[in-house]
Design a protein around this ligand. Structure first.
Ligand code: PAF
Length: 510
């Protein structure tokens, strides 16, 4: 497509009327740096949509006149950077275009009170109202499918997410991690105003945040007052430094697995912000659901796409069932069972086909555990208290440092009740029986009776949902997805969208 520059809102409206393709929108205030380049190129490489970059210094979001007047401007350079990094269209309106005087149709927005009263909102009165007003105005003009924003302005990101959901706009927010310069400081258009000494201060500040993050991961604790004291001892003027819940921006508790340590410092006339996410362990996705809901295939695909460890808790119950049957163990007898469990080892190993094999006491049982014999007994065996306790403990050990997607029937309720994302995957009995039938017929090329399969699935559901310990149940905070009529890829992508909405990009794969 030919590169286009639009300068008037009328021009943009006329152009937009004739556009059928979907649009990625990257709003900026210009003076583009490597952080903007990353935003524009990420949008370009994500899909085949039209990439539209806006450059507009929004007076409404400046609480300080001098800051607005001194805001760095480099329009010719910005146009070159935007086009060479993947912009198809650049929109450069003037202030009267965006805010025509006497136009009663401009909607002035109040940012979420809850989200804007913390951090930057404390000192910058009206700043987020201004951000919301301009972004809402631009979104109404551009009508994009995706809005690309940097996680550097984390509070802004949350406030804009909230705006989009309150206004019920059908727009996805795509975020990118904070981009940092060679010396670790976050890239910002304001950085060019820093003297060498001021730059050194923000570098020390960012460095302290990173030390706090490392310490938190190791010790699972932090002392905010001590950190503030240490930073101030380096002659850094802190405007605020807060330890908050990353989504509500309320005070964090040490129970939170992910929290944010966010601060602003004054370097001369310039105010700079930075943050780190503190994590005790890497994120966990818990996927539960009944047999035939598509759990296994979907979970495997998600693990692959997000480069997470894949934990199939059902395979552990099946492996143990296989072992108990093969060794002819009377699993109803507590003593006998406890003796056996002490010496059991169940491990997963990747095989040559990039799939996972399951081993019990060094014996590979990947195929055997999928037999009809095991399917018919596993529910009963997995309802035994000693077995559940033993395997839940093993599963928690595997998930100790997180970074995994686990599937089963009680992952979100019992194994990892503090998982960051919980999904309850289900499908109608008919759909599940249909899938199971195709599965089994592909494997054994034997014809299977559909109604018989339906009865088996109903029986399994009943047993799983009615057992005393860890019954199959949707966790209170799980998202229910009914997969009838959706392809595996569609379901996996939906869950990945939830993951991206729940877990900052900055901490994914850390
Ligand atoms: O982050 C920014 O650059 C600005 O706040 C935005 C989103 C372009 C609105 O003016």
């Amino acid at each position: 497509m030919n590169k286009i520059i639009l300068k008037k809102t009328k021009e943009l409206e006329n152009w937009r009327q004739n556009i059928k393709d979907e649009i990625n929108f990257i709003p900026t205030m210009g003076n583009l740096h490597d952080g903007h380049k990353k935003l524009i190129s990420t949008a370009k490489n994500s899909n085949f949509n039209i990439n539209l970059v806006s450059i507009f210094i929004n007076p409404l979001q400046f609480d300080n006149k001098a800051d607005l007047e001194n805001y760095p401007k480099s329009i010719d350079n910005d146009i070159t950077i935007a086009f060479s990094n993947g912009a198809d269209v650049i929109f450069i309106p003037s202030t009267v275009d965006i805010y025509p005087p006497n136009d009663n149709n401009i909607e002035y927005i109040k940012a979420s009170e809850e989200l804007s009263s913390a951090l930057c909102g404390l000192k910058r009165t009206g700043h987020f109202d201004g951000v919301c007003t301009v972004v809402y105005r631009l979104l109404n003009l551009v009508k994009p499918k995706n809005l690309y924003l940097g996680e550097k302005d984390w509070q802004q990101l949350l406030i804009l997410k909230n705006l989009i959901s309150e206004k019920k706009l059908n727009i996805n927010i795509q975020s990118i991690p904070t981009q940092r310069d060679f010396d670790g400081i976050p890239l910002s258009s304001r950085n060019i105003r820093l003297s060498k000494n001021e730059r050194q201060l923000i570098r020390l500040f960012s460095n302290e945040l990173f030390l706090a993050k490392k310490h938190f991961k190791q010790e699972k604790t932090m002392n905010l007052k001590k950190i503030i004291k240490k930073i101030e001892s380096k002659n850094i003027l802190i405007e605020y430094l807060e330890h908050l819940h990353p989504y509500s921006l309320q005070k964090a508790t040490l129970k939170d697995n992910i929290s944010i340590l966010a601060g602003a410092i004054k370097c001369g006339e310039t105010r700079l912000i930075d943050h780190v996410f503190l994590m005790k362990r890497s994120p966990i996705i818990a996927i539960d659901g009944p047999a035939g809901s598509g759990k296994s295939t979907v979970t495997k695909l998600i693990a692959k796409k997000l480069k997470l460890l894949y934990l199939d808790t059902g395979a552990m119950y099946r492996a143990l069932s296989w072992f108990l049957i093969r060794e002819n163990i009377n699993y109803q007898k507590e003593n006998e069972l406890n003796k056996i469990l002490r010496d059991i080892s169940i491990v997963f190993k990747s095989n040559a086909n990039a799939n996972q094999d399951v081993f019990i006491n060094d014996y590979c049982v990947t195929k055997e555990i999928r037999s009809q014999e095991i399917s018919s007994i596993v529910s009963k065996i997995s309802s035994i208290k000693e077995i559940r306790e033993y395997l839940v403990e093993e599963q928690r050990k595997i998930g100790e440092s997180g970074g995994l997607v686990a599937e089963g029937r009680d992952v979100g309720t019992t194994v990892f009740p503090d998982a960051e994302l919980k999904i309850f995957l289900t499908a109608s009995i008919d759909e599940r029986a249909k899938r199971r039938k195709t599965d089994l017929e592909n494997k054994d090329s034997k014809l299977i009776d559909f109604n018989q399969l339906k009865e088996l699935i109903k029986k399994r559901d009943f047993e799983d949902s009615n057992r005393e310990i860890s019954p199959l149940r949707k966790a209170k905070d799980a998202i229910e997805l009914i997969t009838d009529g959706y392809s595996i890829n569609e379901v996996a992508d939906r869950i990945i969208d939830f993951y991206n909405e729940t877990i900052p990009k900055e901490v994914q794969n850390q």
